[in-house]
Design a binder for this molecule. Structure first.
Ligand SMILES: Nc1ncnc2c1ncn2[C@@H]1O[C@H](COP(=O)(O)OP(=O)(O)O)[C@@H](O)[C@H]1O
Ligand SMILES: [Mg+2]
Length: 298
């Protein structure tokens, strides 16, 4: 467990803005112990592990059982092109790894959704190659930009149906997820009668019913109210595997991503780690405005 645990510990501690000292104090251990755990020289006992998962606000499983070999290449994209009436993607080259938390940025019409659709197989590229090291059918979960929900089912029917298809059906699990996503009151409401934000929450719930090696989210927070957005980012933090999120919601993204891609003029114009952006004292939003030529809509 050591490698995954150490990696998770370091990532989660930083995300909580805790120093090794802060964490040591909260757990009643020495700073040296934290340092050894992070270096993989020692492992905490189970009681400390449980404390740790509480302090870091994650499930114990997530702390110790990384879902993937973290550095595995999961998708390799080479020379990908796609045109509609105009060229949209003009030679995309991209390696995606199992641990990546990617924010995919770009102006409206840059081709972000098109790239996502090609990755999840809804449309075909004109040329180029995608090498999948995951099973697109079983290992990939998607939340599309436009909700693809069945309006004439009730919320609970929809969740049950998707859970059956995803082979994760369990009554308690379904009840739990509906509660977590704050759709309990709407359980028996027809999906067509939900508000825009409620539909987005349901779409997210459905995308997260089964575990995935790659989760693709296309503008997930659009139409959500502020508390749902907060909930969304916190929830996402607990999801294992690779996450690619297309978003214009810069509010909280600095905490949740490790890598940023900028799609511009049909190419990946920038591919940079969030640490690097921060090391130049920039937020992702400032960086984005600089590199996207300030052409972004208000
Ligand atoms: N099915 C389609 N038919 C024709 N044009 C399309 C289609 N899908 C997308 N486009 C065009 O491709 C460009 C990129 O669209 P899209 O990938 O949705 O951009 P983004 O998600 O970055 O806003 C836009 O100019 C859009 O109008
Ligand atoms: Mg789009």
């Amino acid at each position: 467990m050591t490698n995954i645990f150490s990696h998770q510990l370091i990532t989660l501690r930083r995300r909580k803005n805790l120093s090794q000292n802060d964490l040591a104090r909260k757990l009643y251990v020495s700073r040296q112990s934290i340092s050894k755990w992070e270096n993989g020289e020692a492992e905490p006992g189970i009681d400390k592990l449980i404390n740790l998962s509480e302090v870091l606000g994650v499930d114990l499983d997530f702390l110790i059982l990384g879902k993937e070999k973290l550095n595995d290449l999961i998708i390799k994209i080479s020379g990908l092109k796609k045109a509609f009436s105009q060229p949209v993607l003009q030679g995309i080259n991209l390696n995606i790894y199992g641990k990546d938390r990617i924010a995919l940025l770009g102006s409206n019409g840059a081709g972000k959704s098109t790239l996502a659709k090609i990755i999840y197989g809804e449309i075909e590229a004109d040329s180029g190659h995608i090498e999948n090291h995951i099973n697109i059918r079983n290992d990939l979960n998607v939340m599309t930009q436009n909700d693809v929900l069945m309006g004439d089912l009730t919320v609970i029917e929809h969740v049950q149906l998707t859970a059956l298809i995803d082979k994760v059906y369990s009554r308690t699990f379904i009840e739990q997820m509906i509660r977590k996503f704050r759709l309990e009151k709407q359980k028996n409401t027809y999906v067509s009668k939900l508000s825009g934000g409620q539909k987005r929450r349901l779409a997210l719930l459905l995308a997260l019913l089964r575990e995935s090696k790659l989760l693709l989210l296309d503008e997930p927070t659009v139409g959500m109210d502020l508390s749902s957005i907060d909930f969304f980012w916190r929830y996402l933090d607990h999801v294992g595997g690779c996450v690619i999120t297309i978003t214009h919601d810069f509010n909280q993204i600095d905490k949740y991503f490790s890598r940023v891609l900028l799609l511009k003029d049909g190419k990946i114009a920038q591919d940079i780690s969030v640490d690097k952006i921060h090391s130049h004292n920039q937020t992702i939003e400032q960086w984005y405005r600089q590199y996207n030529d300030g052409e972004e809509q208000a």
